[in-house]
Every structure is written in structure tokens, then in C-alpha cells.
Design a protein around this ligand. Structure first.
Ligand SMILES: Cc1ncc(COP(=O)(O)O)c(C=O)c1O
Length: 427
């Protein structure tokens, strides 16, 4: 079959008529399909049902005898800190547990820097004029919203297959106004990329003009392998930074949102001893302790990394057919046309689709008219602006396989129609 670029104007015109007919048929079906957010499906959540059973019978006591119903253990109970330490490949002393959301921990962490400054800051960050934050793109919209809301100028940095483009990053950090970078090092949102060792090393080693530069190392998908036989990972970033002579550079984040219950799990921040001392001082003012009943319930069900990996295998069994279906339909519908490219992730929650330049927003609106909700175009870029109007984030975990098939066929149809229109416009 010819690619669209190889087709004549006449051929494209008649193909468009055929595709428009199909689109109208789909529209008449009054569908309501949702591929917007990366949420676990109910069957995934069911894997953790029963987590709260037995707590009363065993007296709500942690391994060291802490009554989790009461105040105390401000950093969280030891055994759950240990689980996160294993997952993040660090030691328990570096881990502080929060409540259910790692995003809240990121926001609070940045607020502490805004109000009080980091331990190596000359002044609180709110006093820094023209402060900037590096945003690998495509990336996670909620990260971008945190730094935008707190008054940073968002600087996009292109992602490569190995992580952020480090030549660009190293150049940009020569500006003292650049105070940090967002990173999702394992199965990045939405590209599913795993940072290479070289990228991790360069991030740890690079010289930054800001003495208080911080990496927000969001390990949200650290154990979210789709194919457990080829689990991927990154080096211990706290150690890398320490070895590189920048021991305060990194804060790591993680949560069980996509391991147990989304928005009702346990979150964690990990950092070195000096950052931890400063964090503890302020967190100790903010709250007495986090929800330890939930921590105990979690650690009873998932007592170590091995148990977490077993749980993640069950998640993978449930979501792999959904990724497979999305990729199958994209291949069937779009591979020959030569108008789109997509990722083939080995973990995480997303497939990142790059369509014909200048068509992503039109595709999303056409899909909406046909009853298919997609993540808004531009969402994966700072300020919601995708300069090439090219990227669409697909989130296959929540809908059923049947819905995914329909939604991806409609999406592909819209991608073809809009590409033909664009090509004709450009001719
Ligand atoms: C990269 C990334 N970080 C954080 C979160 C949210 O995590 P939490 O539920 O712990 O706030 C998500 C959710 O989609 C995510 O994709």
C-alpha cells in the first residue's frame, strides 16, 4: 500500500470521501468512550481489596509496637519505609512517608523551597526573579501545573529515547535562574522511556549556575513493568548525586497509587540526610504524623519489594491486553499511511502518539464529536501548548479492551482524515 505522501491528489481525495463516510457511521453510534486519564481499572483496584482486613484482630500494631491508630512515628512506620527504600534502591533513613499523594509531596516540597529556600539557597525561591524550571517534553501535565502555579517560567527540553536531551539541559543550567528539572526516570509519562545510565550520570554530575538546583525525580512508575522478563530500571540517583559531589541535588518521589488504590495509597519522598533534616523540621510543624493505619494495611499486604513485584505482575496481566489492542489497531490502521509514529512501551501507563504535524488538536476535537474523549492536545507540553500540534497521549488502562478497539479505530480514522486535509492544504 502507498503512503499518503506517495498518493496523488486524486487518490487522497477519493480516500477522504471513503473515510468521511466511516466517520459519519461512527458518529451515528452515539458512543461514549474515555481514553483520557491514566487511571487503574476497577479489576486492578480489586487486586488490593481485603487490604484492611485483619488490622483490628492484630491490634493495629506495627512491627516495632507502634499503635498506628495514635499519633507518633512522624516519618512513617519503619517496615513501610523499608519497602519504599527497597523499591527506590536506597536506605530506610532516606525515606519519609506521606499521605496518599506523591503529587502533594512534590507541591509541598517546592513550597518549602519557595518560602524558606533550600539548605544551599542564598534566598527563598519566591525572591528569585525570573525563576525557571526545566520540563522534558512531552511530559506530565500536572508537573507542569505545579511549577507554573508557583511562578516558574517553564522551559521545554525535548525527550530522546534515553531521557531528556542532556546537551540542551547542560546548556540551560548555566542560567542561575534555572532552579530545577522534572524527571520521570522509569517509564516516563507519556513516552514510556527509561533514562539511560549516561543521562542519569550527566544529571548528577553537571555543573549548575544555581547552587540550590534540584532534580524532582518522580519514580511514579518504578515497578510498573508490562513485561516482567525485561524489567527496566535506573541507578540509585541519591548515590549518583552524592558520588558526583552534589549530595543535596535530588528529591525522589513515589506512591502506591498505581500499586494499590489510586489517591488512597501511601506516598514517599526520599532525600539525603541534610535535606531530610530540613524537611523534617518543617513537616514537623505542618503535621504530627501521616496516616499510619493505611501504612500498616499496605505493609501487611506488601511486606517487601518481592511482594510488590508479584502484585505488579497481576496488574501487568490485566493491562497488557489493553496495550496490545491499542498497538494492534494503530498498526493496522496507521502503519501503512506513514503519517504517525507511536511508542511501544515496556512499562508505565501510556502510549505516546505523534500524528501528522498540525493535526493533533483537530483529531482530539473530531474524536470528541464522535464520542471518544482523549487527553486534550497540548496537555503534554508546558502551558498546554504543543508547538507542532503533534502529540496525543493515549491512556489504555481504564477502558475495556472492546472500548479501546473502537476508540483507537476512530482515533486512527480522524488521524487519516486530518492528515489528508493538511497534506492537501500544503500542496
Ligand atoms: C508521573 C506521575 N507522577 C505522579 C502521579 C500522581 O501520583 P499520586 O497519585 O501519588 O499523587 C502520576 C499520575 O498519573 C504520574 O503520572
Amino acid at each position: 500500500m502507498k503512503t499518503f505522501a506517495e498518493m496523488s491528489a486524486e487518490e487522497l481525495k477519493s480516500l477522504r470521501v471513503e473515510l468521511a463516510g466511516k466517520y459519519d457511521e461512527y458518529k451515528a453510534m452515539n458512543l461514549s468512550l474515555d481514553m483520557t486519564r491514566g487511571k487503574p481499572a476497577a479489576e486492578q483496584l480489586n487486586l488490593s481489596n481485603g487490604m484492611y482486613e485483619g488490622l483490628e484482630e492484630t491490634g493495629f500494631k506495627s512491627a516495632t509496637g507502634v499503635d498506628v491508630r495514635n499519633y507518633g512515628a512522624p516519618m512513617g512506620i519503619d517496615e513501610m519505609r523499608e519497602v519504599f527504600a527497597e523499591i527506590l534502591d536506597t536506605k530506610k533513613e532516606n525515606v519519609f512517608l506521606g499521605n496518599s499523594s506523591s503529587l502533594t509531596m512534590m507541591f509541598d516540597c517546592m513550597m518549602r523551597a519557595m518560602v524558606f529556600g533550600e539548605i544551599d539557597s542564598d534566598s527563598p525561591w519566591y525572591e528569585v526573579h525570573n525563576k525557571k524550571w526545566l520540563c522534558p517534553v512531552p511530559g506530565y501535565d500536572r508537573h507542569f501545573r505545579v511549577t507554573e502555579t508557583l511562578g516558574f517560567e517553564l522551559i521545554p527540553v525535548p525527550m530522546t529515547e534515553d531521557g531528556p536531551d542532556m546537551d540542551k539541559v547542560e546548556e540551560l543550567v548555566k542560567d542561575p535562574g534555572v532552579l530545577g528539572i522534572w524527571c520521570v526516570p522509569v517509564y516516563s509519562n507519556p513516552d514510556g522511556c527509561v533514562y539511560s545510565k549516561e543521562v542519569c550520570n550527566r544529571l548528577a554530575k553537571m555543573e549548575t549556575a544555581a547552587p540550590d538546583f534540584r532534580i524532582y525525580w518522580d519514580n511514579a512508575y518504578v515497578v510498573h513493568h508490562l513485561f516482567t522478563e525485561e524489567e527496566k530500571g535506573v541507578p540509585d540517583m541519591l548515590k549518583l548525586c552524592e558520588d558526583a559531589g552534589h549530595p543535596n541535588r535530588v528529591y525522589e518521589f513515589a506512591s502506591t497509587s498505581k500499586i494499590t488504590f489510586a489517591g488512597a495509597g501511601v506516598s514517599a519522598i526520599a532525600c539525603n540526610a541534610d535535606n531530610m533534616a530540613s524537611l523534617k523540621k518543617i513537616c514537623g510543624v505542618q503535621q504530627i504524623c501521616s496516616n499510619k493505619v493505611n501504612q500498616l494495611a499496605h505493609v501487611r499486604m506488601l511486606p517487601n519489594k518481592e511482594a510488590v513485584i508479584e502484585q505488579m505482575k497481576k496488574h501487568a496481566e490485566l493491562i497488557r491486553p489493553k496495550f496490545d489492542m491499542t498497538l494492534k489497531v494503530l498498526n493496522e490502521e496507521l502503519a501503512d499511511a506513514g503519517i504517525a509514529k507511536w511508542t511501544n512501551p515496556t512499562g508505565g501507563y501510556f502510549i505516546s502518539l505523534n500524528v501528522y504535524p498540525g493535526t493533533a488538536s483537530k483529531i482530539v476535537s473530531m474524536c470528541k464529536d464522535a464520542g471518544v474523549a482523549l487527553t486534550p492536545s497540548g496537555a503534554t507540553f508546558p502551558y498546554g501548548i504543543d508547538p507542532d500540534d503533534i502529540n496525543i497521549r493515549l491512556a489504555p488502562t481504564f477502558p475495556t479492551v472492546e472500548d479501546i478497539e473502537k476508540a483507537t479505530r476512530i482515533l486512527s480514522l480522524c488521524a487519516k482524515i486530518t492528515a489528508i486535509d493538511k497534506i492537501s492544504e500544503e500542496a
